[in-house]
Write a protein that binds this ligand. Structure first.
Ligand SMILES: [Zn+2]
Length: 51
């Protein structure tokens, strides 16, 4: 399962494991629980783009 990087406007970047089926679902910041945007890149070497 790839590790995706998300960015909260208030709290900064955090990582979350996501399956490919869930990669387009919005993440929620673990600190303030606001919706966070997925960064354009992720840290795994998977070639599948989810954007
Ligand atoms: Zn936050």
């Amino acid at each position: 399962m790839p590790l995706y990087e998300f960015r909260c406007d208030d709290c900064g970047v955090f990582d979350e494991w996501r399956s490919l089926a869930e990669c387009n679902n919005p993440a929620h910041c673990p600190t303030c629980e606001e919706p966070a945007k997925k960064c354009l890149h992720h840290r795994c070497c998977c070639l599948v783009r989810c954007d």
